[in-house]
Design a protein around this ligand. Structure first.
Ligand SMILES: Nc1nc2c(c(=O)[nH]1)N[C@H]1C(S)=C(S)[C@@H](COP(=O)(O)O)O[C@H]1N2
Ligand SMILES: [Mo]
Length: 423
Protein backbone atom coordinates (compact mmCIF):
# COMPACT_ATOMS: atom_id res chain seq x y z
CA UNK A 1 0.00 0.00 0.00
CA UNK A 2 1.39 3.39 -1.00
CA UNK A 3 1.64 6.10 1.60
CA UNK A 4 0.79 9.75 2.04
CA UNK A 5 -2.79 9.77 0.77
CA UNK A 6 -2.76 7.44 -2.23
CA UNK A 7 -5.77 5.13 -2.19
CA UNK A 8 -6.73 1.96 -3.99
CA UNK A 9 -7.35 2.66 -7.68
CA UNK A 10 -10.78 1.04 -7.53
CA UNK A 11 -11.94 3.33 -4.75
CA UNK A 12 -14.09 5.55 -6.94
CA UNK A 13 -16.08 2.52 -8.06
CA UNK A 14 -16.86 1.58 -4.49
CA UNK A 15 -18.00 4.78 -2.95
CA UNK A 16 -19.78 7.98 -3.87
CA UNK A 17 -18.01 11.27 -3.45
CA UNK A 18 -20.88 13.58 -2.49
CA UNK A 19 -19.45 16.66 -4.19
CA UNK A 20 -22.85 17.67 -5.59
CA UNK A 21 -25.05 20.02 -3.61
CA UNK A 22 -28.58 19.22 -2.51
CA UNK A 23 -29.92 22.76 -2.97
CA UNK A 24 -29.98 24.42 -6.44
CA UNK A 25 -26.87 26.56 -7.03
CA UNK A 26 -28.37 28.81 -9.69
CA UNK A 27 -31.88 30.12 -9.90
CA UNK A 28 -33.40 27.89 -12.56
CA UNK A 29 -35.79 29.08 -15.31
CA UNK A 30 -34.49 32.62 -15.86
CA UNK A 31 -31.41 31.77 -17.92
CA UNK A 32 -31.87 32.95 -21.55
CA UNK A 33 -30.86 29.59 -23.04
CA UNK A 34 -33.78 27.97 -21.29
CA UNK A 35 -36.32 30.17 -23.00
CA UNK A 36 -35.02 31.63 -26.30
CA UNK A 37 -33.94 29.75 -29.46
CA UNK A 38 -30.26 28.95 -29.70
CA UNK A 39 -27.72 30.08 -32.31
CA UNK A 40 -28.06 28.81 -35.89
CA UNK A 41 -25.89 26.16 -37.55
CA UNK A 42 -22.24 26.81 -38.32
CA UNK A 43 -20.10 25.36 -41.12
CA UNK A 44 -17.14 24.64 -38.86
CA UNK A 45 -17.51 24.32 -35.10
CA UNK A 46 -15.43 26.21 -32.56
CA UNK A 47 -14.93 25.73 -28.80
CA UNK A 48 -17.22 27.59 -26.38
CA UNK A 49 -16.18 31.24 -25.82
CA UNK A 50 -15.93 30.26 -22.14
CA UNK A 51 -13.00 28.02 -23.09
CA UNK A 52 -11.09 30.63 -25.07
CA UNK A 53 -8.19 30.53 -22.61
CA UNK A 54 -7.33 26.98 -23.65
CA UNK A 55 -4.76 27.77 -26.33
CA UNK A 56 -1.32 26.83 -27.59
CA UNK A 57 1.39 28.85 -25.90
CA UNK A 58 3.75 30.33 -28.49
CA UNK A 59 7.46 30.69 -27.93
CA UNK A 60 9.03 32.00 -31.13
CA UNK A 61 12.13 33.83 -32.27
CA UNK A 62 11.31 37.57 -32.14
CA UNK A 63 13.46 38.30 -35.17
CA UNK A 64 12.13 35.30 -37.16
CA UNK A 65 8.56 34.73 -35.97
CA UNK A 66 8.20 31.60 -38.11
CA UNK A 67 10.97 29.86 -36.17
CA UNK A 68 9.93 28.48 -32.81
CA UNK A 69 7.36 26.32 -31.13
CA UNK A 70 3.86 26.36 -29.78
CA UNK A 71 2.93 24.04 -26.92
CA UNK A 72 -0.09 21.79 -26.44
CA UNK A 73 -1.76 22.80 -23.12
CA UNK A 74 -1.64 19.22 -21.76
CA UNK A 75 -2.68 20.45 -18.30
CA UNK A 76 -6.00 21.76 -19.66
CA UNK A 77 -6.99 18.71 -21.72
CA UNK A 78 -8.52 15.34 -20.91
CA UNK A 79 -8.72 11.94 -22.59
CA UNK A 80 -6.04 10.85 -25.05
CA UNK A 81 -6.69 12.58 -28.39
CA UNK A 82 -5.31 16.10 -28.84
CA UNK A 83 -7.72 18.50 -30.55
CA UNK A 84 -6.22 19.26 -33.96
CA UNK A 85 -6.21 23.03 -33.36
CA UNK A 86 -4.16 22.45 -30.19
CA UNK A 87 -1.56 20.09 -31.73
CA UNK A 88 1.88 21.44 -30.86
CA UNK A 89 3.85 23.13 -33.62
CA UNK A 90 7.53 23.20 -34.47
CA UNK A 91 8.39 25.22 -37.53
CA UNK A 92 11.90 26.24 -38.55
CA UNK A 93 10.80 28.83 -41.08
CA UNK A 94 7.06 29.36 -40.84
CA UNK A 95 4.02 27.59 -42.27
CA UNK A 96 4.04 27.50 -46.08
CA UNK A 97 0.65 28.06 -47.69
CA UNK A 98 0.81 25.33 -50.33
CA UNK A 99 -1.56 25.02 -53.27
CA UNK A 100 -2.09 21.25 -53.53
CA UNK A 101 -2.50 21.56 -57.31
CA UNK A 102 1.10 22.85 -57.46
CA UNK A 103 2.58 20.27 -55.08
CA UNK A 104 3.98 16.82 -55.88
CA UNK A 105 6.08 14.11 -54.24
CA UNK A 106 9.19 12.95 -56.06
CA UNK A 107 10.53 9.45 -55.24
CA UNK A 108 14.00 8.86 -56.70
CA UNK A 109 17.59 7.80 -55.96
CA UNK A 110 18.34 4.09 -55.52
CA UNK A 111 15.19 2.96 -57.31
CA UNK A 112 14.40 1.20 -60.58
CA UNK A 113 12.09 4.03 -61.71
CA UNK A 114 11.88 7.56 -60.36
CA UNK A 115 8.24 8.53 -59.86
CA UNK A 116 6.33 11.72 -59.23
CA UNK A 117 3.00 11.68 -57.42
CA UNK A 118 0.46 14.49 -57.67
CA UNK A 119 -1.92 14.83 -54.73
CA UNK A 120 -4.88 13.45 -56.76
CA UNK A 121 -2.70 10.47 -57.73
CA UNK A 122 -1.72 9.77 -54.10
CA UNK A 123 -5.38 9.98 -53.07
CA UNK A 124 -6.06 6.95 -55.33
CA UNK A 125 -3.86 4.64 -53.25
CA UNK A 126 -5.08 2.45 -50.36
CA UNK A 127 -4.85 4.11 -46.94
CA UNK A 128 -4.07 3.08 -43.40
CA UNK A 129 -4.59 4.90 -40.10
CA UNK A 130 -2.48 4.98 -36.98
CA UNK A 131 -3.04 6.73 -33.66
CA UNK A 132 0.19 7.71 -31.93
CA UNK A 133 1.82 10.42 -29.83
CA UNK A 134 4.00 12.61 -32.05
CA UNK A 135 6.74 14.07 -29.83
CA UNK A 136 9.55 16.51 -30.52
CA UNK A 137 12.94 15.06 -29.52
CA UNK A 138 13.52 18.31 -27.63
CA UNK A 139 10.32 18.02 -25.58
CA UNK A 140 10.76 18.51 -21.80
CA UNK A 141 14.35 19.64 -22.29
CA UNK A 142 14.04 22.22 -19.49
CA UNK A 143 14.44 19.09 -17.34
CA UNK A 144 18.19 19.14 -18.07
CA UNK A 145 18.51 22.52 -16.33
CA UNK A 146 19.94 22.69 -12.79
CA UNK A 147 16.81 24.20 -11.30
CA UNK A 148 13.26 22.94 -11.87
CA UNK A 149 11.51 25.21 -14.35
CA UNK A 150 8.37 26.76 -12.88
CA UNK A 151 6.01 26.37 -15.82
CA UNK A 152 2.67 24.66 -16.42
CA UNK A 153 2.90 21.01 -17.48
CA UNK A 154 1.96 21.79 -21.08
CA UNK A 155 4.54 24.58 -21.39
CA UNK A 156 7.26 22.20 -20.26
CA UNK A 157 6.14 18.83 -21.72
CA UNK A 158 3.62 19.89 -24.37
CA UNK A 159 5.74 19.30 -27.48
CA UNK A 160 3.79 16.05 -27.78
CA UNK A 161 0.29 15.53 -29.14
CA UNK A 162 -1.73 12.43 -29.99
CA UNK A 163 -3.68 12.21 -33.25
CA UNK A 164 -5.04 9.72 -35.73
CA UNK A 165 -3.02 10.01 -38.95
CA UNK A 166 -4.30 8.53 -42.21
CA UNK A 167 -2.45 8.14 -45.45
CA UNK A 168 -0.74 5.89 -47.96
CA UNK A 169 1.70 3.34 -46.54
CA UNK A 170 5.17 4.43 -47.62
CA UNK A 171 6.06 0.83 -48.50
CA UNK A 172 3.47 0.85 -51.34
CA UNK A 173 5.07 3.82 -53.02
CA UNK A 174 8.58 2.42 -52.49
CA UNK A 175 7.51 -0.95 -53.95
CA UNK A 176 6.19 0.82 -57.03
CA UNK A 177 9.46 2.69 -57.50
CA UNK A 178 11.42 -0.55 -56.92
CA UNK A 179 14.10 -0.03 -54.25
CA UNK A 180 17.45 -1.39 -55.52
CA UNK A 181 19.66 -3.66 -53.43
CA UNK A 182 22.22 -1.83 -51.33
CA UNK A 183 19.79 0.94 -50.44
CA UNK A 184 19.49 1.40 -46.67
CA UNK A 185 18.20 4.93 -46.07
CA UNK A 186 15.53 7.37 -47.21
CA UNK A 187 16.28 11.08 -47.30
CA UNK A 188 13.10 13.14 -46.88
CA UNK A 189 12.76 16.83 -47.67
CA UNK A 190 10.01 19.34 -46.98
CA UNK A 191 8.74 22.18 -49.18
CA UNK A 192 9.07 24.89 -46.53
CA UNK A 193 11.62 27.69 -46.89
CA UNK A 194 13.78 25.85 -44.34
CA UNK A 195 13.97 22.81 -46.58
CA UNK A 196 13.88 20.41 -43.62
CA UNK A 197 15.93 17.35 -44.58
CA UNK A 198 16.30 14.14 -42.56
CA UNK A 199 17.56 10.58 -43.07
CA UNK A 200 15.44 7.60 -42.09
CA UNK A 201 16.48 3.91 -42.10
CA UNK A 202 14.82 2.07 -45.00
CA UNK A 203 13.70 -0.67 -42.62
CA UNK A 204 11.46 1.75 -40.73
CA UNK A 205 10.20 3.28 -43.99
CA UNK A 206 9.09 -0.18 -45.16
CA UNK A 207 7.57 -1.04 -41.80
CA UNK A 208 4.92 1.44 -40.63
CA UNK A 209 5.55 4.92 -42.06
CA UNK A 210 2.72 6.75 -43.77
CA UNK A 211 2.44 9.46 -46.38
CA UNK A 212 -0.20 11.23 -44.32
CA UNK A 213 -2.99 13.17 -46.00
CA UNK A 214 -5.47 13.30 -43.09
CA UNK A 215 -5.28 14.07 -39.37
CA UNK A 216 -8.17 13.28 -37.03
CA UNK A 217 -10.42 12.62 -40.00
CA UNK A 218 -9.87 15.83 -41.99
CA UNK A 219 -7.19 16.84 -44.43
CA UNK A 220 -4.00 17.97 -42.69
CA UNK A 221 -3.92 21.50 -41.31
CA UNK A 222 -1.28 23.79 -42.90
CA UNK A 223 0.61 23.81 -39.55
CA UNK A 224 0.79 20.02 -39.60
CA UNK A 225 2.09 19.70 -43.16
CA UNK A 226 -0.73 20.23 -45.67
CA UNK A 227 -1.03 18.73 -48.19
CA UNK A 228 1.38 15.85 -47.41
CA UNK A 229 3.47 14.77 -44.44
CA UNK A 230 5.76 11.87 -43.64
CA UNK A 231 4.58 10.11 -40.49
CA UNK A 232 7.08 7.96 -38.55
CA UNK A 233 5.21 6.41 -35.60
CA UNK A 234 7.05 6.38 -32.27
CA UNK A 235 10.18 8.11 -33.58
CA UNK A 236 11.48 11.66 -33.03
CA UNK A 237 9.16 14.42 -34.24
CA UNK A 238 11.83 15.85 -36.52
CA UNK A 239 11.58 12.77 -38.78
CA UNK A 240 7.92 13.52 -39.47
CA UNK A 241 8.72 15.85 -42.37
CA UNK A 242 5.90 18.26 -43.12
CA UNK A 243 5.00 19.61 -46.56
CA UNK A 244 6.83 16.54 -47.95
CA UNK A 245 8.08 16.95 -51.53
CA UNK A 246 11.11 14.75 -51.98
CA UNK A 247 12.05 11.21 -50.98
CA UNK A 248 15.45 10.03 -52.09
CA UNK A 249 16.36 6.39 -51.57
CA UNK A 250 20.05 6.23 -50.59
CA UNK A 251 22.83 3.96 -49.38
CA UNK A 252 23.99 6.36 -46.64
CA UNK A 253 22.37 8.97 -44.41
CA UNK A 254 22.76 12.48 -45.84
CA UNK A 255 24.23 13.90 -42.55
CA UNK A 256 22.01 16.98 -42.59
CA UNK A 257 22.02 19.69 -39.92
CA UNK A 258 19.38 17.94 -37.82
CA UNK A 259 21.37 14.73 -37.50
CA UNK A 260 24.85 16.18 -36.97
CA UNK A 261 25.10 19.63 -35.39
CA UNK A 262 21.72 18.97 -33.71
CA UNK A 263 20.49 15.59 -32.43
CA UNK A 264 24.05 14.30 -31.87
CA UNK A 265 24.81 14.45 -28.17
CA UNK A 266 27.91 14.16 -26.08
CA UNK A 267 27.71 11.78 -23.13
CA UNK A 268 29.71 11.81 -19.86
CA UNK A 269 32.09 9.09 -21.12
CA UNK A 270 33.11 11.19 -24.12
CA UNK A 271 31.17 9.18 -26.69
CA UNK A 272 28.31 10.77 -28.63
CA UNK A 273 24.83 9.50 -29.35
CA UNK A 274 23.55 9.87 -32.91
CA UNK A 275 20.41 8.59 -34.67
CA UNK A 276 18.58 8.07 -31.39
CA UNK A 277 15.30 7.76 -33.23
CA UNK A 278 12.89 6.04 -30.84
CA UNK A 279 11.08 8.15 -28.25
CA UNK A 280 11.46 6.74 -24.74
CA UNK A 281 8.85 5.65 -22.22
CA UNK A 282 7.48 8.69 -20.41
CA UNK A 283 4.62 9.95 -18.25
CA UNK A 284 3.49 12.93 -16.23
CA UNK A 285 0.62 13.92 -14.00
CA UNK A 286 -1.44 16.61 -15.71
CA UNK A 287 -3.90 17.04 -12.83
CA UNK A 288 -2.86 18.28 -10.47
CA UNK A 289 0.29 19.79 -11.96
CA UNK A 290 2.40 22.92 -11.66
CA UNK A 291 0.39 26.10 -11.11
CA UNK A 292 -2.76 24.33 -9.96
CA UNK A 293 -4.21 24.72 -6.51
CA UNK A 294 -6.14 22.25 -4.36
CA UNK A 295 -8.86 24.37 -2.78
CA UNK A 296 -10.30 21.96 -0.25
CA UNK A 297 -9.33 18.85 1.66
CA UNK A 298 -10.77 15.53 0.57
CA UNK A 299 -10.67 13.13 -2.35
CA UNK A 300 -9.02 14.00 -5.65
CA UNK A 301 -8.50 12.00 -8.82
CA UNK A 302 -4.88 12.22 -9.92
CA UNK A 303 -4.73 11.98 -13.71
CA UNK A 304 -2.04 12.04 -16.33
CA UNK A 305 -0.62 10.78 -19.62
CA UNK A 306 1.85 8.02 -20.42
CA UNK A 307 3.31 6.97 -23.77
CA UNK A 308 6.25 5.15 -25.31
CA UNK A 309 7.64 5.14 -28.83
CA UNK A 310 8.45 1.45 -28.34
CA UNK A 311 4.90 0.18 -27.93
CA UNK A 312 2.09 -0.15 -25.43
CA UNK A 313 2.12 1.22 -21.91
CA UNK A 314 1.62 -1.76 -19.60
CA UNK A 315 1.78 -0.07 -16.22
CA UNK A 316 1.77 3.37 -14.61
CA UNK A 317 2.55 3.72 -10.93
CA UNK A 318 1.94 6.83 -8.87
CA UNK A 319 3.63 8.07 -5.73
CA UNK A 320 2.67 10.78 -3.24
CA UNK A 321 5.91 10.64 -1.23
CA UNK A 322 8.52 11.42 -3.85
CA UNK A 323 8.99 7.84 -4.99
CA UNK A 324 9.39 6.07 -1.67
CA UNK A 325 6.19 4.08 -2.11
CA UNK A 326 4.17 3.43 -5.27
CA UNK A 327 0.63 2.36 -6.16
CA UNK A 328 -0.68 1.11 -9.52
CA UNK A 329 -2.83 3.65 -11.38
CA UNK A 330 -5.89 2.67 -13.41
CA UNK A 331 -5.24 2.72 -17.19
CA UNK A 332 -7.99 4.01 -19.48
CA UNK A 333 -8.83 1.65 -22.36
CA UNK A 334 -8.02 0.97 -25.08
CA UNK A 335 -4.26 1.26 -24.56
CA UNK A 336 -2.83 1.62 -28.08
CA UNK A 337 0.83 1.13 -28.93
CA UNK A 338 2.79 4.42 -29.03
CA UNK A 339 -0.35 6.47 -28.27
CA UNK A 340 -1.24 8.45 -25.17
CA UNK A 341 -2.58 6.30 -22.33
CA UNK A 342 -4.62 8.12 -19.68
CA UNK A 343 -4.02 6.99 -16.10
CA UNK A 344 -5.94 7.83 -12.94
CA UNK A 345 -5.58 7.24 -9.22
CA UNK A 346 -7.54 8.42 -6.17
CA UNK A 347 -5.75 10.61 -3.65
CA UNK A 348 -6.95 11.75 -0.25
CA UNK A 349 -5.57 15.17 0.61
CA UNK A 350 -5.89 16.29 4.22
CA UNK A 351 -3.39 19.13 3.97
CA UNK A 352 -0.29 16.92 4.05
CA UNK A 353 2.70 17.98 1.98
CA UNK A 354 3.36 15.59 -0.86
CA UNK A 355 5.56 15.02 -3.89
CA UNK A 356 3.34 13.61 -6.63
CA UNK A 357 4.98 11.48 -9.31
CA UNK A 358 4.14 8.94 -12.00
CA UNK A 359 6.34 6.19 -13.43
CA UNK A 360 5.46 4.41 -16.69
CA UNK A 361 6.51 0.97 -17.94
CA UNK A 362 6.05 -0.17 -21.55
CA UNK A 363 5.60 -3.59 -23.15
CA UNK A 364 9.33 -3.92 -23.85
CA UNK A 365 9.90 -3.67 -20.07
CA UNK A 366 11.43 -0.19 -20.30
CA UNK A 367 10.75 1.83 -17.13
CA UNK A 368 10.77 5.62 -16.93
CA UNK A 369 13.92 6.58 -14.98
CA UNK A 370 14.26 8.84 -11.96
CA UNK A 371 15.82 12.19 -12.86
CA UNK A 372 19.05 11.46 -10.98
CA UNK A 373 19.49 8.19 -12.89
CA UNK A 374 18.87 9.84 -16.26
CA UNK A 375 21.30 12.66 -15.54
CA UNK A 376 23.91 10.16 -14.28
CA UNK A 377 23.63 8.16 -17.51
CA UNK A 378 23.46 11.02 -19.96
CA UNK A 379 25.28 13.89 -18.28
CA UNK A 380 24.24 17.51 -18.33
CA UNK A 381 25.19 18.31 -21.93
CA UNK A 382 21.95 16.77 -23.10
CA UNK A 383 19.29 18.61 -25.02
CA UNK A 384 17.09 15.87 -26.44
CA UNK A 385 15.22 12.83 -25.10
CA UNK A 386 14.56 14.04 -21.56
CA UNK A 387 12.04 11.55 -20.17
CA UNK A 388 12.64 11.31 -16.43
CA UNK A 389 9.96 11.02 -13.77
CA UNK A 390 8.23 14.37 -13.21
CA UNK A 391 7.76 15.57 -9.61
CA UNK A 392 5.10 18.04 -8.46
CA UNK A 393 5.41 19.39 -4.92
CA UNK A 394 2.07 19.83 -3.16
CA UNK A 395 2.39 22.31 -0.28
CA UNK A 396 0.24 22.48 2.84
CA UNK A 397 -1.64 25.48 1.41
CA UNK A 398 -2.64 23.47 -1.68
CA UNK A 399 -0.26 25.04 -4.19
CA UNK A 400 1.49 22.76 -6.69
CA UNK A 401 4.95 23.51 -8.07
CA UNK A 402 7.62 21.70 -10.04
CA UNK A 403 10.43 20.14 -7.99
CA UNK A 404 13.48 17.89 -8.55
CA UNK A 405 13.00 15.86 -5.43
CA UNK A 406 14.73 12.70 -6.68
CA UNK A 407 17.85 14.52 -7.87
CA UNK A 408 18.74 15.84 -4.46
CA UNK A 409 20.97 14.37 -1.79
CA UNK A 410 18.60 15.61 0.90
CA UNK A 411 15.16 17.11 0.29
CA UNK A 412 15.97 20.01 2.64
CA UNK A 413 18.72 21.17 0.28
CA UNK A 414 16.44 21.93 -2.62
CA UNK A 415 15.82 25.56 -1.66
CA UNK A 416 12.26 25.56 -2.91
CA UNK A 417 10.75 26.41 0.48
CA UNK A 418 9.36 22.91 0.46
CA UNK A 419 9.60 20.45 3.33
CA UNK A 420 9.27 16.87 2.21
CA UNK A 421 6.71 14.94 4.26
CA UNK A 422 9.12 12.11 5.22
CA UNK A 423 11.65 14.39 6.90
N1 LIG B 1 9.28 20.58 -43.41
C1 LIG B 1 9.40 20.60 -42.06
N2 LIG B 1 9.11 19.46 -41.40
C2 LIG B 1 9.20 19.44 -40.05
C3 LIG B 1 9.66 20.57 -39.33
C4 LIG B 1 9.94 21.76 -40.05
O1 LIG B 1 10.29 22.82 -39.51
N3 LIG B 1 9.80 21.73 -41.43
N4 LIG B 1 9.82 20.48 -37.95
C5 LIG B 1 10.04 19.12 -37.44
C6 LIG B 1 10.06 19.01 -36.00
S1 LIG B 1 11.52 19.38 -35.20
C7 LIG B 1 9.00 18.47 -35.32
S2 LIG B 1 9.08 18.19 -33.65
C8 LIG B 1 7.73 18.16 -35.99
C9 LIG B 1 6.62 19.00 -35.42
O2 LIG B 1 5.38 18.67 -36.00
P1 LIG B 1 4.11 19.56 -35.72
O3 LIG B 1 4.46 20.99 -36.00
O4 LIG B 1 3.01 19.02 -36.59
O5 LIG B 1 3.78 19.34 -34.27
O6 LIG B 1 7.77 18.41 -37.39
C10 LIG B 1 9.02 18.14 -38.00
N5 LIG B 1 8.88 18.29 -39.42
MO1 LIG C 1 11.33 18.68 -33.04
Amino acid sequence: MAANGLLDRRLFLKRGLAFATAAPLVAAADEPWLTTPGAPFTNYGQPSPHEKGVVRWISANAAVPGNGISWTPLHELEGTITPTGLHFERHHNGVPQIDPARHALLVHGEVERALEFSMPALLRYPRESTIFALECGGNSNAGWQDKPIQAAAGYFHGLVSCSEWTGVPLRLVLAEAGVTSGAAWIVAEGADAFGMTVSLPLEKALDDCLLALYQNGERLRPEQGYPLRLVVPGWEGVLNVKWLRNLKVAREPVMARNETSKYTELMPDGRARQFTFVMDVKSLLTSPSHGMHLDAHGLYELSGLAWSGRGRITKVEVSADGGQTWADAELGHPVLPRAFARFRAPFDWQGQRAVLQSRATDETGAVQPARAALVAARGTQGYFHYHAIVSWALAADGTVTHTYVDALPAPAAQGQGFDAPWE
